[in-house]
Write a protein that binds this ligand. Structure first.
Ligand code: SF4
Length: 339
């Protein structure tokens, strides 16, 4: 059973403590009709892309380490089970995206789906908002990147092929573990690693560039980097990246509590390793440090990642996953394309 559990929201003056057992965290879906903009600009120098589109707020996959959890606190919800179960659907996303791509100020930079939610949460099978947005990007020949944990992306192979032909596209599957036990402990409702590798293989077989994101690396829990890269290679991946665990704000206490509950015999060791790799803290919010660790553990991890990437031929410079702006075109009223 998934019980309601949220760290106190720092933006609210009150918090709830349950007397006795908390209620079950039930799925609630809210349709947002007042969304003002859909392309978000990200100015973090260590993220690797500038523009993102998120059609959903919150994420049913419920990864306990998810650094997006505090975004729910701005809505007045909690960063714990509220993030997994109170999902806001931006029903106007495709309409807004078309408007924003038509603006003269839009130059055709790569758009990444998504950053603060998975673009293929189960609700996407009903709403098809990510799909509609990808179709619009294909129509405008706008370069796209996709980051997901979901096999639902297979539904959109046709539009992903069109984006590959007409613009450029790279799809990354984030797969931080090979084993079921670790995945279920910290990614309780996400498709299992095998399902992600199978989806990766199907996309690669359809001619779509795919990669693996070993993200996040959780010191003391992640140990399979060579195996993950080998499996990704076998599934047709050509690119790979790695990120250290980030636990901003309320994520740290939520992650720690869930870790102690799900992996009680390993939790203390994992938490100690995280502190070792973060200079004694649970998190660093500094640009340049946030995505990387410190000390011997992280240096050894990066070294291992680099040598196996080289050995398997990942990340060759001549093969860029994301494209330039050069393909972008606005459709005319007649449906023809012009610059
Ligand atoms: S799938 Fe991604 S966005 Fe969703 S909870 Fe996990 S890390 Fe967060």
């Amino acid at each position: 059973m998934h019980y309601v559990e949220n760290p106190p929201n720092p933006w609210l003056t009150h918090s709830v403590e349950w007397l006795g057992e908390p209620p079950e965290a039930k799925l609630e879906v809210f349709e947002e009709t007042e969304t003002r903009g859909i392309i978000a600009h990200n100015d973090s120098p260590d993220v690797g892309f500038d523009f993102t589109v998120n059609c959903y707020r919150g994420c049913i996959h419920g990864c306990t380490y998810c650094f997006s959890r505090p975004t729910h606190e701005y809505l007045g919800y909690g960063a714990g089970t509220d993030f997994d179960r109170k999902i806001v659907v931006k029903v106007k996303a495709p309409e807004l995206l078309r408007k924003e791509l038509m603006k003269p100020s839009w130059r055709g930079d790569e758009i990444v789906f998504s950053f603060t939610s998975d673009p293929y949460v189960p609700l996407e099978s009903h709403y098809k908002l990510t799909r509609q947005c990808l179709e619009i990007c294909a129509e405008f020949r706008n370069p796209v990147g996709v980051i997901t944990k979901s096999a639902l992306i297979r539904r959109d192979i046709d539009v992903l092929q069109e984006l590959t032909r007409e613009a450029s596209l790279g799809v990354f599957f984030t797969i931080p573990f090979t084993d079921r036990e670790s995945a279920r402990a910290v990614e309780p409702f996400a498709p299992l690693p095998d399902a992600r590798f199978h989806a990766m293989a199907d996309l690669a077989a359809a001619g779509i560039k795919v990669g693996i994101g070993i993200a996040p690396v959780i010191p003391g829990l992640s140990s399979d980097i060579p195996v993950l890269l080998k499996r990704a290679k076998e599934a047709g991946a050509t690119h790979a990246f790695i990120n250290m665990l980030r636990l901003p704000g309320s994520v740290a206490p939520y992650f720690e509590e869930r870790l102690r509950e799900k992996l009680p015999t390993k939790a203390e060791r994992i938490l100690n390793r995280i502190r070792e790799a973060r200079g004694g803290k649970m998190n660093s919010s500094m640009f340049g440090e946030r995505m990387r660790g410190k000390g011997q553990y992280w240096e050894a991890t990066e070294h291992l990642f680099r040598i196996h990437c080289e050995r398997l031929g990942f990340n060759k410079k001549r093969e860029h996953v994301s494209g330039s702006r050069s393909t972008f075109r606005r459709p005319s009223a007649q449906g023809n394309l012009f610059s």
